[in-house]
Design a protein around this ligand. Structure first.
Ligand SMILES: [Zn+2]
Ligand SMILES: [Zn+2]
Length: 158
């Protein structure tokens, strides 16, 4: 597929799924590595990663195109065109665009393990509880609310 065919494809998707014409330029950009596509706020052009076509096929690229067209049409209509905007989310769901942000790197950073709370300090007087990740000596601390004595409990972790 060349740029002219991509252009025609995007124009057709725009017409069929959005009912509005795509009036700007579309092109393949082989330098795109980590993103499936890009929409340019200034020029209103759309770039598509040709490697996506080889790796994931026509259906996947069509979803990426729909995702970029959501940015395109909402931006031109001066509506919420960013990922966090409800209008964007609603339009994306309606046309069946790629839910995954095609601007984000495809390699996902491993999540840092969140340490669980293992201990609870509870105030004997007012009952306020304080969750702690590390063991603490309750005799060294007092309740932050009433200065009452604290008792240490071990929490079950799942
Ligand atoms: Zn996007
Ligand atoms: Zn207290």
């Amino acid at each position: 597929m060349n740029d002219a065919e991509l252009q025609a494809w995007i124009e057709r998707i725009s017409q069929e799924s959005f009912g509005i014409p795509f009036r700007h330029r579309a092109r393949f950009n082989p330098r795109l590595r980590s993103t499936g596509g890009r929409y340019f706020l200034k020029s209103h052009d759309i770039e598509i990663n040709p490697h996506q076509l080889e790796a994931n096929g026509l259906d996947e690229v069509e979803k990426i195109i729909k995702h970029e067209l959501c940015h395109y049409h909402l931006h031109l209509q001066k509506r919420g065109y960013q990922h966090r905007d409800p209008e964007f989310k609603a339009l994306l769901a309606k046309v069946g665009g790629s839910r995954f942000c095609s601007h984000l790197p495809t390699t996902v950073k491993p999540k840092r393990r969140v340490e669980p709370y293992r201990y609870e300090l509870r105030c004997e007087r007012c009952g306020t509880s304080y969750k702690r990740k590390r063991r603490m000596d309750p005799r060294k601390y007092a309740c932050g609310k009433c200065r009452g004595r604290l008792e240490l409990f071990l929490l079950k972790t799942t």
